[in-house]
Design a protein around this ligand. Structure first.
Ligand code: ATP
Ligand code: MG
Length: 446
């Protein structure tokens, strides 16, 4: 993509309304634009990152055996009256009337809708277990939308729902979700810690939140430092195996880690040695629940069990804040010059920076590197603008592409271009004809 033909409305000034780094940087890098309080348009650069995150979420869901579908954003109030949540949900729910005076709502979550789909089509324990999910926009009329996409009113969420014949099977689904979430965040270059959580308005008694440590996070968390040493690191996982999922869950839930809602100070002090006790702020990027028959019972979602008896199905729900993750990743990965994207979620894998725009040879070399990269399925962002070198470097640093290739007449005279890593500024010189191969090598690791 040529920057001269792209739409990248970067801001020179730091927007006054933005209180935290991720919000500031997303506005400055032209990733989003506020349309109304807590409602954003995703500009091309931001949209690319959002899609990268959504792709990883989808891949990991499918890997765990979960099935994608798509439910609408608008829902009929009648299902919510069946579960009893229409009145309980409160002012966060945006209620709408259509021209016939029928009550609709903009979905804040989808337990009712999915339970209705399930009860209409599934009848037997033989069709279980089943986990359905979608990635869809939600609306919650947050009292205080803030921090940009971190606490929006309209936001993108992956929400999934498992249906199991009994509690034991539903707990396996719970464990499988925990493992697949750990993989999902790890693939994005994030450390998200599962913490025992309160169940909130969704109800039930089995829940973990996933938290990314950040000073600007809205949650307060308490944990055993040793949990930070855990990682899956590409481990083979059999998602169908109860034992293999449980082993990973045990590993992550053994160290103390809780949000302030479930924190028990005396337990913390008696079970965790003082040197390992940590208290921090953190951003919630996901949550999983098992809630048994909370919805299936009132809504009549039953299946015939192996003895032919009708039993209410056991359910859980699981959410990942896809749009919030864009902000959370920036909070975890930026410096004074701008964003530092981890490779797996970067909007473009590499930026090409032409310092000698008027030199036709430099232009030819840049275009040839672009072609080589595109042939390998890696689309670069090529800064071909008639701009000072300083301005080009500043834009690249701000938008945070993990790698940059600098092409200039002086280097080319020696047959070299410069490849630099954004995170630490480490550089190497390489021949232009090897540049694409080198980038492909780097990305093959992700
Ligand atoms: P919070 O406590 O932050 O309000 P929640 O616990 O109400 O979130 P869940 O119902 O658990 O949210 O939704 C699943 C995920 O969706 C959350 O973990 C979070 O990452 C994301 N999310 C929730 N509310 C918002 C919001 N207003 N803006 C952006 N993302 C959100
Ligand atoms: Mg939550």
């Amino acid at each position: 993509m040529r920057m001269s033909r792209y739409f990248l409305p970067v801001l020179k000034e730091t927007p006054a309304e933005a209180q935290i780094a991720s919000h500031r940087l997303m506005l400055r890098a032209g990733m989003v634009r506020q349309a109304a309080a807590g409602i954003y348009s995703w500009m091309p650069l931001g949209y690319r990152v959002l899609k990268r995150i959504e792709d990883i979420v989808n891949q990991e869901q499918i890997r765990a055996g979960h099935i994608p579908l798509l439910m609408p954003t608008l829902q009929s109030a009648s299902l919510w009256r069946e579960s009893g949540r229409y009145d309980d949900y409160g002012e966060e729910m945006l209620r709408i009337k259509d021209r016939h005076g029928r009550d609709l709502l903009y979905g804040p979550t989808n337990e009712e809708l999915i339970t209705d789909i399930f009860r209409s089509h599934v009848n037997s324990y033989r069709d279980l277990p089943l986990t359905l999910y979608h990635v869809q926009w939600k609306f919650r009329d947050e009292i205080r939308p803030r921090y940009g996409v971190m606490r929006g009113r309209e936001f993108l969420m992956k929400d999934g729902y498992n249906f199991d014949v009994d509690k034991a099977s539903a707990i396996h689904s719970y464990n499988r979700h925990m493992v697949s979430y750990l993989r999902t965040y790890e693939r994005m270059g994030l450390q998200a810690i599962p913490m025992r959580a309160d169940t909130g308005p969704i109800g039930g008694d089995y829940s973990h939140e996933f938290l990314v440590l950040a000073d600007t996070g809205e949650s307060e968390v308490f944990f055993d430092n040793s949990i930070l040493e855990l990682n899956l690191d590409g481990r083979e996982i059999d998602f169908d195996s109860e034992a293999s999922c449980r082993a990973i869950v045990d590993e992550w839930t053994e160290p103390y880690s809780r949000t302030d809602e479930t924190h028990d100070e005396s337990l913390f002090e008696t079970t965790v040695p003082e040197v390992r006790r940590r208290k921090s702020r953190a951003i919630e990027v996901g949550q999983i629940f098992y809630f048994g028959t909370k919805y299936s019972e009132p809504m009549g979602a039953t299946v015939a069990d192996s003895e032919g008896r009708r039993v209410p199905v056991h359910m859980g729900s699981h959410g990942i804040g896809v749009s919030r993750l864009v902000g959370a990743i920036i909070e975890a990965s930026h410096d004074e010059k701008g964003i530092v994207w981890p490779e797996p979620v970067a909007p473009f894998p590499v930026g090409i920076l032409n310092l000698s725009q008027r030199d036709s040879n430099a232009e030819a070399v840049c275009l040839s590197i672009c072609r080589d990269l595109e042939a390998k399925g890696l689309e670069p962002l090529y800064d071909d603008r008639e701009e000072r070198a300083g301005a080009k470097f500043a834009t690249m640093d701000l938008i945070g592409l993990p790698w940059r290739i600098v092409v200039g007449s002086r280097g080319l005279a020696k047959g070299a271009v410069e490849l630099t890593r954004r995170i630490d500024g480490e550089s190497e010189t390489i021949a232009p004809e090897h540049a694409a191969e080198r980038i492909a090598e780097i990305y093959a690791a992700y």
